[in-house]
Ligand binder design. Structure first.
Ligand code: CDP
Ligand code: MG
Length: 692
């Protein structure tokens, strides 16, 4: 009976959870204004208004398209060896005719800004050209940075194929938690963050002959910081070649920053793209995207579809819904191959988006912003652009970082549309009105450096003690791991760190089994000291079950996330060895474990108020326990949290109960006995910021 009451209670918080998710979307959609639209399919008739008959006919098994010619050419192509074929393909890229001119320019100038449309061959070809021209002869490497992990991995895989070598040998990649390079490596794709880290160990980047900062237009935080560092290195090392490459035309900015470095333009080749706007504002862009996809599939000639969505959750939900819809349609439509792509997607699934679509089928790629410029997928003829992306925002007043679904800029909208016109004329369906495009969208996106928390970067740059810089984690997690040596629980702490690094995708909560899922989740909370310990229990139970997939299934845990956590944990164990921290286990001493966590996260503490809300110490800011936390109903007096997220309220995610005396023991420079002990006290402690 008790279980039942827990279940119903949980259920009501579950509703809450859904409500703010929805609210978040609605908030974002509001900007595009939708007054009285409720029926999604009504919104969407605009796209093919004049083609309703065609839809019917095609759904009923009407005309099939003639593609005999394409089949024949496909067959003859398959006869040639893959390598030869790739060689031919390379020659067709827009950059190819400019190869010699480009190499001459690199020869003549130390710093060069390169501009060329997405797909022109910058990322895959330039490092190869430089390699062929002898820039790796002395064993030094060509580095090419990417803002995204997935891009670094997939491009490295592609280039290794083009060069006919094994991935990880001559061509490799390096991303957080994964180093796929070897002694042999001479072309290295890496995230911008990883190159930033390499500065800690080799300030002059001695192992590189060329550094190419790719996708510079994205202006990620790491890229912006790299600009400053590589500029200095270039001055100190005249033999280093520096390439800044960008997909957009605002290259003068980069040129100016690098002392008027010359700009090398690769003329683009682009086919016309027809743009369709929504006639009225849409109320739910995910539903709209689904309807539009199905309409394209039913009515339009062959060609793959690319849908831009704002994150893993959205992609998964659209994927599930599309599959459901397709099942409902049975054999009325041709096969629709649904391929998701986002940063946390396992590598083997990522490769699927590049596999050629079989004849008679159509592929729909559900992607985050990553497909805007970083990845080029051949065969895309239709783009569906809801007009949103997830932007990381930092509010210096509250000290809070949040991911907000935000309208894209005009520049992004143009870039997205362009993805459909690479190999032939394309069509782009914008799920917003022409008026919105003109009046609601900014011209460009604000660079990350202007809207993010710089604390982590500053800490990385200061490289806080030698030991911590070794960890590819943010400083708070690193500090927690280093502290675990003292509390003799490094074994437990690296499991927790790994689980936290995976993010919020550990638990799986299918709509029709929410009660079961919540019960399963609460099983890990016996004892109720916090979400961190619950994470540890999840990991250990999975380990005891021999890392079984079935176990994950039974416990509503995502096997993908667990495998990633296991990988990360293995690497952290390796790193512990490198910094000579002994792997010690102290599983029953939950206080020791919590103290280690607090050593890293002491700035993230909050105290219960009389009205049931929490208040952060330094900021006088009211916060709440996230309803998905196991602590939401325990309501401890004093807590630490992993992160703050802003949805409808400011929520603490991953919450653990702590004791007041621990704050005084661990961070005496920040906390005052009066403040932590007495809940009626109005005085707040001296500022403790992040100056560890
Ligand atoms: O960097 P840029 O956008 O200028 O082009 P790229 O990434 O070098 O891509 C050039 C071509 O390589 C694309 O048009 C794709 O056909 C191919 N490519 C691929 O097939 N798989 C990848 N992972 C990356 C590129
Ligand atoms: Mg590129």
């Amino acid at each position: 009976e008790k279980r039942f009451s827990v279940a119903t209670q949980r259920y009501s918080t579950a509703d809450k959870e859904e409500a703010w998710e929805e609210h978040q979307i609605r908030k974002a959609t509001m900007k595009f204004g939708s007054k009285n639209k409720t029926n999604v399919s009504d919104d969407y008739q605009f796209v093919f208004e004049d083609q309703i008959d065609v839809i019917k006919e095609s759904v009923m098994g009407g005309d099939k398209f003639d593609c005999q010619e394409e089949i024949a050419s496909e067959k003859s192509r398959a006869k040639r060896s893959a390598y030869e074929a790739l060689k031919e393909e390379r020659k067709k890229l827009p950059i190819y005719p400019f190869k010699d001119e480009f190499l001459q320019a690199v020869h003549d100038h130390q710093v060069l800004v390169i501009v060329g449309e997405t797909g022109s061959g910058k990322t895959t070809q330039i490092p190869q050209y430089l390699h062929e021209a002898g820039y790796t002869k002395d064993g030094r490497m060509i580095a090419c940075t990417q803002p995204r992990r997935v891009a670094a991995m997939s491009v490295a895989a592609r280039v290794s194929q083009e060069m006919g070598v094994k991935l990880g040998h001559e061509v490799g990649y390096s991303i957080r938690f994964e180093d796929c390079t070897s002694e042999k490596t001479i072309v290295k794709y890496m995230t911008d963050g990883m190159l930033l880290r390499e500065f800690l160990t080799q300030p002059e980047l001695d192992s590189y002959s060329v550094v190419m900062v790719d996708e510079a237009h994205e202006r990620t935080l790491s890229t912006d910081i790299l600009f400053g560092l590589v500029k200095d290195v270039a001055r100190a090392r005249p033999d280093l070649k520096l390439l800044i490459s960008s997909a957009t035309l605002d290259a003068e900015k980069f040129s100016n920053y690098f002392d008027l470095a010359p700009i090398f333009k690769i003329p683009g080749r682009r086919y016309p793209v027809e743009i369709h706007y929504s006639k009225t504002a849409v109320s739910n862009y995910m539903d709209a995207a689904i309807v539009t996809t199905l309409q394209i599939h039913a009515t339009q000639p062959p060609g793959d579809i690319l849908v831009f969505l704002a994150g893993q959750e959205e992609i998964e939900s659209v994927e599930e819904n599309l599959k459901y819809q397709m099942r409902g349609l049975g054999t009325k439509l041709d096969e629709l191959i649904i391929c998701p792509i986002y940063a946390n997607l396992p590598t083997e699934l990522q490769a699927r988006i590049f596999e050629p679509t079989p004849k008679g089928a159509r592929k729909v790629v559900l992607a985050t912003n990553i497909a805007e410029t970083s990845l080029t997928i051949d065969g895309i003829k239709y783009v569906i652009d809801p007009g949103f992306f997830k932007m990381k925002c930092y509010n210096p007043r509250t000290g809070m970082e949040s991911l907000l679904v935000t309208p894209i800029s005009k520049a992004s909208a143009m870039q997205r549309a362009g993805r459909s016109g690479r190999t032939g004329p394309g069509k782009c369906f914008r799920l917003y009105t022409a008026y919105s495009f003109q009046n609601d969208l900014d011209d460009n996106t604000t660079p990350e450096i202007q809207r993010t928390n710089l604390a982590n970067v500053v800490l990385t740059l200061n490289s806080l003690g030698k030991r911590m810089a070794e960890f590819p984690l943010d400083p708070m997690l690193s500090k927690m791991i280093v502290a675990s040596e003292k509390y003799k629980c490094s074994d437990e702490i690296i499991s927790i760190a790994a689980m936290l690094s995976v993010g919020n995708s550990i638990f799986y909560r299918p709509r029709d089994k929410q009660v079961h899922a919540d019960n399963a989740r609460m099983n890990f909370h016996t004892g109720d000291v916090g979400d961190h310990i619950a994470h540890l229990k999840v990991f250990n139970s999975w380990k005891e079950a021999n890392y079984s997939t079935q176990w994950c299934f039974e416990n509503y845990v995502q096997v993908r996330s667990m495998k990633r956590a296991r990988d990360i944990r293995d690497q952290l164990a390796g790193l512990l060895e490198r910094v000579e921290i002994e792997l010690t286990s102290n599983p029953n001493n939950l206080d020791a474990i919590r103290k280690s966590i607090l050593s890293g996260f002491f700035p993230n503490s909050a105290k219960l108020q009389k009205d049931g809300t929490y208040r952060r110490f330094k900021h006088l800011q009211t916060v709440h326990i996230h309803p998905s936390s196991g602590m939401a109903e325990v309501i401890p007096r004093l807590v630490l949290y992993h992160e703050l997220v802003l949805t409808t309220k400011e929520y603490m995610r991953q919450v653990t109960e702590i004791k007041p005396e621990w704050l005084l023991e661990i961070a005496p420079h920040c906390y005052d006995p009066k403040d932590v002990g007495d809940s009626s006290s109005k005085k707040m402690p001296r500022g403790c910021g992040l100056a560890l």
